[in-house]
Ligand binder design. Structure first.
Ligand SMILES: Cc1cc2nc3c(=O)[nH]c(=O)nc-3n(C[C@H](O)[C@H](O)[C@H](O)COP(=O)(O)O)c2cc1C
Length: 327
């Protein structure tokens, strides 16, 4: 099946997807990115175990809402096949086809997650990974996808073997981040390994790592021959990247937003956050607001001030101080 069909998209242009990012891709940010052209977004990763214990915090991370006008997936992590399968059933029972797919996180390098044999640790335990994927795929009426990395480290690169296993176990698409677990988020993503994975499986492959512009998006698509691309850090404080990439894919020229436009979107993001998540979570905006000021003159000083803000008014006051005329 074509990736666009799997993702419930109408256009057959290469899908441009916002990466799942814990602490970042909450509902307000996903709405903003989708407005700027992200075709598909994911929830932050959610613990299957947390959901099985009915944890309010885990359920909050799902943030399923009609306010998001584009299709999206929920990403779960865990290491126990029956728990993961139960959660797949529960998600469908609770939300039905409001969710387009369930993604399994097999790429997170965080020690806290890996020490429980979840996330990227599963790339070192391919038998367990296979059991999890087939348990979730058999239990879930929704399509199941898997996101993983190049391998654990340079001495154990197994993305191709892992991709074939995932396909055999019932994954309907895969996302490959071209870094090893040992690299975490440093170094340069290896797009060659993504191309090799793509050539080895028959399911759609989403390529991920280091897309920061329209130009890099085109280069990744050409290099990896992939079915879709996923953007993570390049979208932080820069939801405009989706507009830029879409323009590049359509062969159109693109003019970057002015500082005034960036500030306006930052304010809209902040107000949406307040509306959807409430006053008590406003401090979560500090990092987002700081990202929006990247590259702006005196941004270090502005960021210092943003990191002291605790109310929307305080954020707006700092943002209003940004000298937008001098851009
Ligand atoms: C702050 C942060 C949180 C992340 N959280 C997740 C997550 O919850 N699930 C996941 O699969 N990947 C997560 N990632 C990895 C991204 O999805 C992506 O694979 C990675 O950042 C590489 O893409 P990029 O070079 O475009 O940033 C996270 C990355 C960052 C920077």
């Amino acid at each position: 099946m074509e990736l666009s069909t799997l993702l419930n998209l109408k256009s057959d242009q290469t899908p441009v997807i916002l990466a799942p990012m814990a602490g970042v891709t909450d509902l307000p940010f996903r709405i903003i990115c989708s407005e700027f052209g992200a075709d598909f977004t994911y929830s932050e990763m959610v613990s299957a175990k947390g959901l099985s214990y009915n944890s309010a915090k885990s359920f909050q991370l799902l943030s399923v809402s009609d306010l998001l006008k584009k299709p999206f997936g929920v990403q779960i992590f865990g290491s126990e096949p029956p728990v993961m399968a139960d959660i797949a059933k529960l998600l469908y029972a609770e939300f039905g086809t409001k969710i387009s797919l369930i993604d399994i996180n097999m790429g997170c390098p965080a020690p806290k997650i890996n020490s429980n044999l979840s996330g990227c640790a599963l790339m070192g335990n391919i038998e367990l990974a296979e059991k999890i994927i087939s348990a979730v795929a058999s239990a879930s009426p929704l399509p199941v996808t898997v996101k993983f990395r190049k391998g654990l480290d340079e001495n154990s690169i197994n993305a191709i073997e892992f991709a074939k296993m995932a396909e055999g176990a019932g994954a309907r698409a895969i996302t490959v981040h071209g870094r090893t677990r040992a690299q975490m988020y440093s170094g340069i993503a290896d797009w060659d390994i993504i191309a090799k994975v793509k050539a080895s499986v028959n399911i759609p492959v989403i390529a991920n790592g280091d897309v920061v512009s329209g130009e890099s998006a085109i280069r990744l698509i050409e290099k990896a021959n992939c079915d879709g691309i996923m953007i993570g850090r390049g979208a932080c404080g820069n939801p405009f990247i989706f507009e830029e990439v879409k323009a590049a894919l359509s062969g159109k020229s693109y003019v970057k937003p002015t500082i005034a436009q960036r500030v306006e979107v930052a304010k809209r993001h902040a107000r949406l956050h307040l509306h959807l998540k409430g006053e008590r979570s406003v401090v979560e905006l500090r990092k987002h607001m700081a990202w929006y000021t990247h590259g702006i003159k005196h941004s270090a000083k502005i960021r210092q001030m943003l990191f002291k803000c605790s109310t929307i008014e305080e954020f707006e006051n700092v943002l209003n101080e940004i000298p937008i005329q001098r851009t």
